[in-house]
Ligand binder design. Structure first.
Ligand code: GLC
Ligand code: GLC
Length: 651
């Protein structure tokens, strides 16, 4: 162990020991690219002590620490030399404007390549559509080589350097990234770094008994340690296998063994207590950055470190490792931004977000509470969360969304709920019943995901439109309900587009795509209800997006108006938000401020019209003349009324 007070000195000494050795190793590269080497060493000097401290935090008690440290720096240097010139220029641009993603021009979207457009060529052909929508950030979900059949929508990666051949090649991805950049779109990909598929070369070698690679995973010859760990673990995919381990009879020369598999049995958790795993993943990360990927979505961040006696989620070492990856990126691909995917308690979500760790993060709390407000028609939990948990450190931003490819988990804080007199457990049960359409008055058509009979726990699948009532309204009700459903869709999108941070649209939602139940006929998907909200893009329907007389047009044009509202008003940059209490439980109100500008937003979650009290109109000088979006009327007593489910914005 290195004493804390000596860490700076040790970092300095290590760098001076390592550098000459690396210079020796990479002499030809340095000779060819002297300027590149200068840039590299300058960034290395700047960030080394941070990287060293983090790396030492996790690994310094190993006898071979220095070996791995040197191996890491050599890898980073090699990958830097293969970083193309245009990306090196982007590095400099991002370094001088690290808050680029806080702009109101930012608009994110996410899709599966095959479902949206068959392959990468198809995606390239859709660039005009992305531009029409105003997208500046596009997350293509995992497109890497993966097992045939079940592969968790690509989240079981068999190689980080090869694509699924039906989607395209790495060269195509590379050129797509630069076409995107020319169109003002940043390419976002996943770094699925908690696990690989069981067909990854590392896993294949581990299966064959190669000890070096068995050490890449968490493999146990008996139940002794798995049992100890499982005492404190949460089950993530209980439908698929109980606990967190999968038995493989062929391991240990046919005696059998247990592999740590937090998610599916074919997704093997990597063993980050082995520094070789960190080093190799750092290489994969830089390799992807060098293809032109501008942001990486760090998948399942909460699970990367395990320790007996804990629930093995959100441990301090997980943070140290992500920060170490961040330091690696600052040295060899500084344009790269990290997005954290932590669908956990809001206290824990917040801990991943900082310029030194993940600059941007999904906001699962806002997402869950938007749906909560639609169900209850009340905004108390939402308003409390925005007041208490929305503010972030400078240089970071939320990624606000209403739906993605995953289920909805009700990850609000029970402590926050109890302050408002709400019992978290009961309320989750209510929400699950509501969104499964089993509660009287429910408009939703959702499905349960990973229902756990032991804990009563459950999450919800369904597209935005189906959960918001459009499916039920179109199939069983009438125009009145259809209109309410459209308003619900637009209301929650209005909030993610104006609250502050990067709004993220799950493609398909912009035209109100409904649940797709055909996943039940596909053996690779039938057991995973999340496929109900992963429909294939329907471009015929999409062609009707400018026809206001059909559903697609109503949703698309409504959304387009909200996107324009965002892009035309600089006040929606940054993340400064102040919640205003409206004395009306149905109406959410917040003020946005940016560089001397302000906007005041009202969101009415009731199916009936609601009034804004005179006091608020006076205090904030709200007048129907300064309206930026929505419709409202002034009553006789100078109050403003908001239409049912309306999203109303004043300048
Ligand atoms: C992430 C993905 C999810 C996947 C899981 C395991 O949470 O969003 O789809 O099942 O990681 O990789
Ligand atoms: C769990 C995990 C989350 C993942 C999800 C997939 O909620 O915490 O990371 O996205 O499962 O369903």
């Amino acid at each position: 162990m290195i004493e804390r007070q000596n860490i700076e000195r040790e970092a300095h000494r290590s760098l001076h020991r390592v550098l000459p050795r690396i210079e020796e190793m990479l002499r030809p590269e340095i000779k060819k690219d002297g300027q590149g080497w200068m840039q590299f060493t300058s960034r290395l000097h700047e960030n080394f002590s941070r990287l060293f401290t983090l790396y030492a935090d996790v690994y310094s008690d190993r006898y071979d620490f220095f070996f791995y440290l040197e191996d890491l720096i050599a890898s980073i240097a090699r990958l830097w030399f293969s970083r193309p010139q245009d990306l090196r220029e982007l590095d400099i641009a991002r370094e001088s404007n690290p808050r680029w993603f806080e702009s109101n021009q930012m608009l994110g979207a996410v899709c599966y390549v095959d479902l949206l457009a068959e392959n990468l060529e198809g995606i390239r052909n859709r660039i005009p559509y992305f531009k029409e929508l105003g997208i500046t950030y596009l997350h293509l979900m995992p497109l890497f080589k993966a097992p045939e059949g079940e592969n968790d929508g690509g989240y079981a990666v068999s190689s980080y350097r090869e694509l699924n051949p039906t989607l395209g090649s790495m060269e195509e991805l590379n050129s797509l990234a630069s076409d995107f950049r020319k169109a003002g779109i940043s390419l976002v990909l996943d770094l699925v770094f908690n696990h690989t598929s069981d067909e990854h070369l590392w896993a294949e070698r581990a299966k064959a008994g190669d000890e070096e690679y068995m050490d890449f995973y968490r493999i146990f010859p008996s139940r002794e340690l798995p049992d100890l760990y499982e005492r404190n673990l949460r089950e993530i995919f209980p439908d698929e296998h109980p606990g967190a381990f999968t038995f493989l009879p062929t391991l240990f020369n046919g005696r059998g063994g247990w592999v740590w598999t937090t998610f599916h049995s074919y997704q093997w958790d990597l063993n980050y207590s082995n520094p070789a795993v960190f080093n190799r993943m750092a290489e994969e990360m830089l390799f992807l950055a060098n293809q032109g990927v501008e942001a990486l979505r760090l998948d399942a961040v909460a699970f990367i470190w395990k320790q007996i006696g804990t629930n093995c989620e959100n441990l301090p070492q997980a943070h140290a490792l992500i920060k170490a990856f961040n330091a690696v990126a600052r040295i060899a691909a500084p344009a790269l931004t990290f997005k954290s995917e932590a669908i956990v308690h809001p206290d824990d979500v917040a801990k991943y977000i900082s310029p030194e760790e993940c600059q941007i993060s999904y906001n699962p709390l806002l997402m869950a509470l938007l749906w909560n407000s639609l169900a209850t028609r009340k905004v108390r939990l939402l308003s409390q969360a925005l007041a208490k948990r929305f503010k972030l450190k400078p240089g970071t931003a939320w990624v606000n969304y209403v739906r993605v490819h995953d289920d909805i988990g009700w990850t609000f804080s029970d402590e926050d709920a109890s302050i408002l007199g709400v019992n978290g457990y009961d309320h989750r049960r209510f929400l699950n019943e509501f969104y499964r359409g089993r509660f009287a008055g429910s408009f939703a058509r959702g499905l349960p995901f990973q229902e756990n009979p032991v804990t009563g726990d459950c999450r919800i699948s369904g597209t935005c439109a189906s959960l918001a009532g459009l499916e039920k309204a179109l199939r069983e009700e009438g125009e009145n309900e259809v209109e309410l459903a459209v308003r619900r869709i637009l209301l929650i999108h209005g909030i993610i587009l104006t609250a502050g941070g990067i709004p993220l649209i799950y493609l398909g939602d912009e035209i109100g795509a409904l649940n797709d139940y055909t996943y039940r006929d596909d053996p690779a998907h039938e057991r995973d209800s999340r496929w109900v909200h992963r429909p294939r893009a329907d471009w015929e329907k999409c062609a009707k997006r400018n026809d206001p007389s059909c559903i697609e047009g109503r949703v698309y044009q409504g959304l387009q108006r909200l996107i324009n509202l965002r892009k035309e008003n600089q006040v929606f940059s940054g993340g400064e938000l102040e919640v205003i209490r409206t004395e009306n439980d149905h109406v959410l109100c917040y003020i946005r401020r940016y560089m001397g500008k302000r906007a005041i937003i009202f969101a009415n979650f009731a199916d009936s019209a609601q009034g804004i009290p005179l006091r608020i109109c006076e205090q904030y000088s709200i007048h129907t003349k300064t309206i930026l979006h929505g419709s409202s009327k002034m009553t006789d007593c100078n109050e403003i009324t908001i239409d049912p489910l309306d999203f109303l914005v004043f300048g």
